[in-house]
Design a protein around this ligand. Structure first.
Ligand code: ADP
Ligand code: MG
Length: 259
């Protein structure tokens, strides 16, 4: 039968073109089309749409894996009720990603466990969904890598790579102090990205304490000057969510309202 030949060839060509979703759902759709009397355009639209959706999902998954997140977090998972000091409108505004189009920075400040990393990753997830390439790093690892590159005479290349990411998350600034070389390299990176690319930072230290992190108030001022020029700072004042979870399971018994 003529149509049989066409049918076989269609399957074969879809496979060759790596239109694997279309190939997989083709039979179902042909059946459905016959049953519901769908037009050619309706079947084609449905098939192409499904292929597109799976290809996009695969790309998103790949970009998410390449981003180096230590965990996956979304905004939907964040309980704003638990952290009333956070201006929800500011977070909603950030999620429009306008700050990225304007090459502005975002800094989450606050004590441990209040959701800084969660929000930074959730924001970066929104950026990934919009097609941006994102990279996450602990501040300490970043400095180690910059130092290594400096030592191996590949600093220029390393900085160039770090400026390929439309969004760079530098998590946990301030847990470990930087030495002079570290602060210097960090300054170079921030200068490179300044006014061109957005960076999201988190820290448990107030800006007034940043000179103790960088060991030198001149370099700290130069770094802050660039970071804060176009920047949204989310200052989180509240209780640790980790502590709350521990209290819930009774590991850390404390009466309500005690702290
Ligand atoms: P930080 O980076 O400020 O130390 P994290 O973002 O790592 O804190 O949060 C600690 C843990 O608690 C994570 O698992 C995070 O997902 C969760 N968490 C923190 N705040 C909230 C919140 N308001 N709603 C839901 N989960 C939260
Ligand atoms: Mg954190």
């Amino acid at each position: 039968m003529m149509s049989n030949l066409a049918y076989e060839r269609l399957h074969e060509n879809l496979k060759r073109l790596k239109l694997t979703t279309m190939e997989a759902v083709l039979d179902n759709h042909l059946e459905l089309a016959a049953k519901k009397n769908l037009s050619v355009i309706e079947i084609l639209d449905e098939l192409v749409d499904q292929e597109y959706a799976t290809k996009e999902a695969t790309k998103l998954e790949f970009r998410t894996r390449s981003s180096g997140f230590p965990v996956r977090k979304t905004l939907e998972q964040f309980d704003f009720g638990f952290q009333p000091s956070i201006d929800r409108k500011a977070i909603t505004e950030l999620c429009t990603l306008r700050f990225m189009y304007n090459a502005e920075n975002v800094i989450f400040l606050g004590p441990p466990g209040v959701g800084k990393t969660h929000l930074a990753i959730a924001l970066a997830t929104e950026a990934l969904k919009s097609g941006f390439i994102v990279y996450y790093t602990y501040a300490h690892d970043l400095i180690q890598k910059l130092k290594q590159a400096n030592y191996e005479n590949t600093l220029a290349k390393k900085l160039k790579t770090l400026c390929k990411y439309k969004l760079l998350i530098i998590d946990e600034i301030g847990y470990l102090p930087f030495d002079k070389e570290g602060a210097n390299l960090f300054f170079q990176l921030i200068s490179r990205r300044y006014d061109k690319l957005s960076t999201v930072l988190t820290s448990n230290k107030a800006f007034s304490e940043w000179d103790t992190i960088f060991g030198d108030n001149v370099i700290a001022a130069a770094i802050l000057d660039r970071l804060l020029h176009h920047c949204t700072t989310i200052n989180i004042k509240g209780q640790s969510y980790r502590l709350k979870e521990r209290q819930k399971i009774g590991l850390n018994p404390q009466k309500r309202g005690e702290q």
